[in-house]
Design a protein around this ligand. Structure first.
Ligand SMILES: [Zn+2]
Length: 231
């Protein structure tokens, strides 16, 4: 769900808009609810830094989410992602981290039931997990990337914890291409969503990390595989 350990970057931005994903120039524009900026290079759209939520507000918002792990339709929405964007590149017994799990460990349970060894981390709800001290066969970021105040730093740290050949599976609704469609898009109205990706935003970032795309549903899910040379 979230991510907030990287809020410090907010201080680096004021009126100058720099893309928080690729550090290129981002063009400011306004909406009824406040300011945004769209990157001219990677297409990432970010809320202005004055609109990043306070940590406590963010946590309350997650607690208010109605994501009931016992709700069959929610489970099947999660399971669909696991089956299409994660499992095809894994073998039984591999170690899978759900990064930013939020208040529920449903994703960990689903991957464990699928024969993997699941773990969960969340900066608010499971902050003790020493995830960055391990190397993972797969890391899942399910509805997390849109919460990142510093996507470049956090995504790159996550990628550095993949084993050679490991996969990073990301689910975040891809932003509409047209500005008018973006402005009427429900996804941007969640106050804890601070950045919005196109598939190409993530593809561009991934190429800088020795990651190659192995799956993209064109809507909200994309998977990359690490191609670092095996030691
Ligand atoms: Zn960018």
């Amino acid at each position: 769900m979230l991510l907030c350990q990287d809020i410090t970057l907010a201080l680096c931005y004021s009126r100058f808009m720099t893309c928080r994903l690729c550090l290129s120039k981002a063009e400011p524009f306004g909406a009824r609810d406040g300011g945004y900026a769209e990157c001219g290079v990677c297409g990432y759209i970010q809320k202005t830094t004055d609109r990043l939520p306070r940590e406590e507000d963010e946590k309350q918002r997650y607690l208010a989410h109605h994501n009931d792990p016992n709700d069959p339709s929610y489970r099947s929405w999660m399971l669909g992602f696991v089956q299409t964007a994660v499992l095809p590149w894994l073998k039984p017994g591999m170690r899978v981290l759900d990064f930013g799990c939020g208040p529920s460990t449903l994703m960990e349970k689903l991957v464990t039931q699928s024969g993997m060894i699941g773990s969960s981390y969340d900066p608010f709800f499971l902050p003790e997990t020493p995830w960055s001290k391990s190397q993972w066969d797969a890391i899942i970021m399910h509805e997390v990337a849109e919460h990142l105040a510093n996507p470049l730093q956090t995504l790159s740290m996550v990628a550095s914890c993949l084993k050679p050949g490991g996969i990073l599976a990301i689910r975040t609704a891809f932003a509409p291409q047209e500005r008018s469609n973006f402005l009427s898009w429900w996804y941007r109205l969640d106050t804890t969503h601070v950045g919005f990706f196109r598939a190409r935003s993530l593809q561009q970032w991934a190429t800088s990390q020795s990651l190659v795309q192995v799956f993209n549903n064109g809507v909200d899910s994309i998977t990359f595989q690490d191609r670092k040379t095996e030691m």
